[in-house]
Design a protein around this ligand. Structure first.
Ligand code: BG6
Length: 453
């Protein structure tokens, strides 16, 4: 148990994403995104579910914000549906789309909750996909123009921004394995090109947000492979862990350093470039300077990590499922200490403030005969992960906040509605919301600023 509170001003929040909650997919001028297309693909989404209604948040956001206030959330991370505000991706702005986010931000402000806005959480406008999507060399500029529209509309009240959510998955799953929208299976040369364009889009939009006011805090929300030393007392295991986490001698679109070295240091890892050879992206003379913009915080989405031990030669050996470690569906390991080692090792490499922009437990929660949702495992999950963050802060990592994923149960992408992450239970037949035990417990933690977890 920690016997000191979290640092003053620590941001206590919960997160969501537009496509997973909003619904109203063809209302008020919204056009399709690649996820609408992907949902139409037979077998792509469990049980053939779609985002057409989801949590109907578009119509029920006031009720949702009232629940966030009941819990005691201090911050709410949500994303903008690009094709709701600019239906064709570029050009005409949809006033009704803007009005929705405008009202949401006002409602949150009135409830005393800070908006943390993600510009892009995967729902890429279909009209831009028809034009080549992230493969098109104009795609970074399209994104920067979109960022300008959003910051013009909301920037007087929204001060915390994330450019991209897990672009690693957009590249790897969306354009590599084809298991996320748009469902492409491209060779690595084209994936590296997609990544380069997303990095440029990050840089250009970062500048746009920065120019909108010196009080704007700009970051991202990235995933990556977080590693945990098998023996936390072994210097060799810790060294092997860091080596594995940042090593780019084998190129993979999921690697932290392939994204964050360019973003935060201004260059791609040399070994990765060598390995890619002719498949490396074409890098224009100004590209790396555009990509390498000041970053106020590094967002980390964490669900589980891989244990590493050092071999005889010091080289890392993966132990994916260490003995005695539990797993949750679908076999993710329960490794709270990843939120000690991730922030600690990322701090050593990048020395930047961090926010845990996602972390949560999927479970099969239901409303009991007493009308309540009892989810002790989620409470244990949050408690142990927060304890790990607290320890990392004690040991020097600068972690500014924690966003539980997710505020409400929602559409878990290809997994449909079965996997419930929410602090708030949603009955998808009736749209009835019920606060889970974990929501009340989390509210209590927030009120104590994390003391005595
Ligand atoms: C992250 C995403 O990958 O993890 C979220 O940013 C997502 O949008 C969450 O819902 C949970 O992932 P999964 O794989 O269970 O859908």
């Amino acid at each position: 148990m920690n016997n000191s509170a979290f640092p003053e001003g620590f941001v206590w929040g919960a997160a969501s994403a537009s496509f997973q909650i909003e619904g109203a997919a063809s209302e008020d001028g919204r056009k399709e995104s690649v996820w609408d297309m992907y949902c139409r693909k037979p077998g792509a989404i469990e049980d053939g579910e779609t985002g057409a209604v989801a949590c109907d948040h578009y119509h029920r956001f006031r009720e949702d914000v009232a629940l966030f206030k009941d819990i005691g959330l201090k911050a709410y991370r949500f994303s903008i549906a690009w094709s709701r505000v600019i239906p064709d991706g570029t050009g005409a702005v949809n006033a009704k789309g803007i009005a929705f986010y405008d009202q949401l931000v006002d409602e949150l402000l009135a409830a005393g909750i800070d908006s943390w806005v993600t510009l892009f959480h995967w729902d890429y406008p279909m009209e831009l996909f028809y034009r080549g999507g992230w493969l098109n060399p104009d795609s970074p500029k399209w994104f920067a123009d979109y960022a300008e529209t959003i910051v013009d509309a909301l920037g007087d009240r929204v001060k915390n921004w994330m450019t991209f959510n897990e672009p690693q998955n957009v590249a790897n799953l969306g354009h590599g394995s084809g298991t996320h929208a748009p469902g492409l299976q491209l060779p690595r040369k084209e994936i590296a090109r997609v990544i380069h364009h997303i990095l440029l889009a990050h840089g250009l939009s970062n500048k746009v947000l920065r120019n909108a006011g010196s009080d704007h805090k700009i970051g991202h929300a990235h995933s990556g492979w977080i590693n945990i030393p098998a023996d936390p007392n072994s210097a060799a295991d810790i060294a092997a862990t860091a080596k594995n986490m940042f090593d780019c001698s084998f190129w993979h679109p999921q690697k932290f350093s392939w994204w964050n070295d360019p973003l935060q240091k201004g260059y791609y890892p040399e070994e990765g470039l060598e390995e890619l050879g002719n498949d490396a992206p074409g890098i224009g003379p100004d590209d790396m300077a555009i990509i390498n913009q000041p970053l106020d915080f590094m967002g980390i989405n964490y669900y589980g990590g891989t244990c590493i031990k050092a071999g005889q030669d010091g080289e890392p050996i993966d132990i994916e499922y260490p003995p005695g470690v539990d797993t949750v569906y679908p076999k993710w390991v329960v490794q709270p200490q990843g939120l000690y080692w991730g922030p600690s090792l990322l701090h050593e490499r990048y020395g930047r403030p961090m926010a845990i922009t996602e972390n949560g437990l999927p479970n099969l929660d239901w409303v009991g005969t007493d009308g309540q949702v009892h989810d002790p495992q989620r409470i244990e999950w949050i408690r142990t992960h927060l304890n790990a963050i607290h320890q990392a802060i004690q040991d020097g990592a600068d972690v500014m906040g924690y966003f539980y994923w997710s505020a409400t149960d929602n559409l878990e992408w290809a997994e449909g509605f079965r996997r419930r992450y929410g602090l708030i239970h949603v009955d998808f037949n009736t749209q009835k919301r019920t606060l889970k035990d974990s929501a009340r417990w989390y509210g209590d933690v927030i009120s104590r600023n994390g003391m005595d977890l």
